[in-house]
Design a protein around this ligand. Structure first.
Ligand SMILES: Cc1cc2nc3c(=O)[nH]c(=O)nc-3n(C[C@H](O)[C@H](O)[C@H](O)COP(=O)(O)OP(=O)(O)OC[C@H]3O[C@@H](n4cnc5c(N)ncnc54)[C@H](O)[C@@H]3O)c2cc1C
Length: 407
């Protein structure tokens, strides 16, 4: 068993994409890094497992793309969106006016992705402790100074760090303590299956929006497709008496989708999660930062939470490398640039996510916009590029684009 150091430069709570990437980048920069995760890897995660070319850029920087590809990751060309009354648009990463890092994104099971990222963090020099849960933060004169964890043997121990990074996901313990957390009014739940195979899949993912919510189809290997149903929580009550019958029932509300999925077989138990709209209005304080879902997550519809987690890790590294290089405690002041960097990088995406999430409450308007974008392919490529983080949000959030979309 690995004995963890009790004093490190950086303690990372959670070793999902945000935590592992943060651990890898800071260990690579020469700091002593300890990451802890309550799970044992490989582990599953309820996710549609779709990544834009911009997420792949960061995975490439971390050096994990060849391992993902040899483990079965498949190229992702773009996204096909079908509105409630059948209007469709097809946006492709390679055809937008702004060049992407590469023409395709990647789709791969989170079992594979997250395990590769943990391996990358270790290879960079970070210690990663699995089955170790953060229970409390440690404080020193009001500043965060590490955490109390419960390890795989059930022992509680104190881990001290100059900087503690909360990357422990949507229900983050660290964010609850420091983040001034807000839960959104969108109460949606997700039910995610792996099905082998789904009939008629192409190299683009699909999103089908209906009166009951939406369903995403995304090929994650040559023969498996991720099927994710997202419904308002008040529709999900029947799932308590049987998740699989509920799943098939809900699929029946999306014309044409159920028959294609029924042609295959569910090859992993259906995972349920939600509600998910939550954000932290404070992402840094004395001795600590938040990243990934612990900092902000709205709705899976516009996808790319993995991109935000990885990009957030880059922003943490930029900020922390400077803050840690100064002697003495890491103060809120030395970390203040992190929130500014996040706003600069993510503000447009946050507006798009929230606008899209609420627009789904108005099916006719939503359908109309999808139909308009479907007729103007250049505009569809732009929207997909903004959601994927490589086209600036102002390409969509401007009066000319918005008017062309609805008028
Ligand atoms: C239904 C659904 C579909 C989605 N589809 C997509 C998609 O197709 N593409 C995409 O890019 N994004 C998608 N997302 C979003 C994406 O899954 C998240 O944004 C992403 O996983 C965030 O990464 P993270 O590292 O911040 O958090 P996580 O991946 O949740 O990792 C957090 C880690 O922290 C650990 N942890 C939690 N609590 C503790 C604790 N107390 N102590 C120690 N460890 C702890 C967990 O075990 C976990 O390993 C989807 C989300 C949902 C809900």
């Amino acid at each position: 068993m690995i004995r963890a150091p009790v004093q490190v430069d950086v303690l990372v709570a959670g070793a999902g994409p945000a935590g592992s990437a943060t651990a890898a980048l800071l260990a690579q920069a020469g700091y002593s890094v300890l990451a802890v995760d309550r799970a044992a890897f490989p582990r599953d995660k309820a996710c549609s497992e779709y990544m834009s070319p911009e997420a792949v850029r960061i995975l490439d920087r971390l050096g994990v793309v060849p391992a993902l590809e040899s483990a079965g990751a498949v190229d992702l060309a773009g996204m096909q969106l079908t509105g409630p009354s059948g209007a469709t648009l097809h946006g492709k990463f390679s055809l937008g006016a702004h060049p992407a890092f590469r023409p395709t994104g990647l789709s791969v099971s989170r079992r594979i992705l997250d395990t590769e990222l943990v391996a990358r963090a270790r290879a960079a020099g970070a210690v990663v402790l699995e089955r170790t849960r953060v229970e409390e933060l440690l404080y020193d004169g009001g500043a965060v100074a590490g955490a109390v964890v419960r390890d795989c043997a059930g022992q509680r121990r104190s881990l001290r760090a100059r900087l503690t990074v909360g990357a422990d996901g949507l229900r983050s313990v660290v964010a609850r303590r420091i983040g001034r957390r807000t839960w959104g009014r969108l109460h949606r739940l997700a039910f995610v299956a792996h099905v082998a195979p789904v009939r008629g899949m192409s190299s683009s993912a699909e999103l089908h929006v209906g009166a009951a919510g939406y369903v995403g189809l995304n090929r994650i290997s040559p023969d498996q497709t991720n099927v994710a149903i997202v419904v308002p929580s008040d529709r999900a009550g029947p799932a308590r008496s049987g998740i699989e019958p509920f799943f098939w029932n809900m699929l029946g509300e999306f014309p044409g989708v159920r028959e294609r999925v029924e042609a295959g077989e569910i090859v992993r138990p259906i995972l349920a999660t939600g509600p998910f709209a939550a954000w932290s209005s404070r992402v840094s304080t004395d001795g600590a930062l938040l990243v990934g879902d612990a900092a902000d997550f709205f709705d899976p519809f516009t996808g790319d939470g993995i991109y935000s987690a990885l990009r957030g890790a880059e922003l943490v590294a930029e900020t922390a490398i400077v803050a840690l290089s100064r002697p003495g405690p890491v103060t809120a002041r030395s970390l203040a640039g992190y929130a500014r960097r996040r706003r600069r990088v993510f503000a447009g995406k946050w507006i798009m996510e929230r606008a899209t999430g609420y627009a789904m409450h108005f099916p006719r308007l939503f359908d109309h916009a999808v139909a308009r974008l479907g007729r103007r392919e250049d505009m569809a490529h732009t929207v997909i590029g903004v959601a994927g983080g490589f086209v600036p949000a102002r390409a969509v959030l401007n009066p000319v684009f918005l008017a062309r979309m609805v008028l």
